[in-house]
Design a binder for this molecule. Structure first.
Ligand SMILES: [Zn+2]
Length: 172
């Protein structure tokens, strides 16, 4: 599967940063479309459509063969954030546990942040992801995440052909 095929399938959006990918970017450009393995080949990931995603060259390279690290979009206006993929990996290992992943100045912004975080989690590993907001009592709101029934990211589900949002989005 080539980057161009993945681009058509994934709507020309980078699965790591959630930003558009230009199909015509020169191949040496940091913004060029590349094929990324969700589970890296070095960790046993297959070169199979369900394990492949479209990513910018730079995002793909930064991630290397580790879990992808991800910056929260500035426009969400978070006051403080945790390393999201690290939190996601911990949640997958401990189903039902809860991680606080970000602090926002208002409930509206926290809700938007929760939706975004659940989307990123769903794109990475299937399962029933849930994000919600809670007031801190000092005017800010935190976003918490939890998951049940997540597939171990080291063993992606075979035959799952849904690509984006493989988990159920239940953000509130
Ligand atoms: Zn990207």
């Amino acid at each position: 599967m080539k980057a161009r095929d993945l681009g058509v399938r994934d709507g020309w959006v980078c699965w790591l940063c959630d930003r558009p990918v230009d199909p015509d970017a020169p191949s040496h450009s940091p913004h060029a479309p590349t094929v990324d393995h969700v589970v890296p080949r070095s960790r046993g990931g297959a070169t199979r459509p369900d394990n492949l995603r479209l990513a910018h060259r730079r995002c793909n390279g930064r991630r290397a063969d580790t879990l992808p690290e991800l910056r929260w979009p500035e426009e969400l206006g978070a006051l403080d954030t945790s390393a999201l993929w690290t939190a996601i990996a911990r949640l997958v290992r401990r189903p039902g546990s809860v991680e606080t992943v970000a602090v926002f100045p208002s409930e509206d912004r926290a809700r938007a942040g929760s939706t975004w975080a659940v989307d990123r989690a769903c794109a990475f590993v299937g399962g029933e992801w849930r994000g919600w907001t809670e007031p801190t009592g000092v005017g800010t709101h935190v976003v918490r995440l939890t998951v049940t029934g997540a597939a171990d990211p080291g063993r992606p589900k075979v035959g799952d052909r849904r690509i984006r949002g493989r988990g159920r989005r239940a953000s509130r």
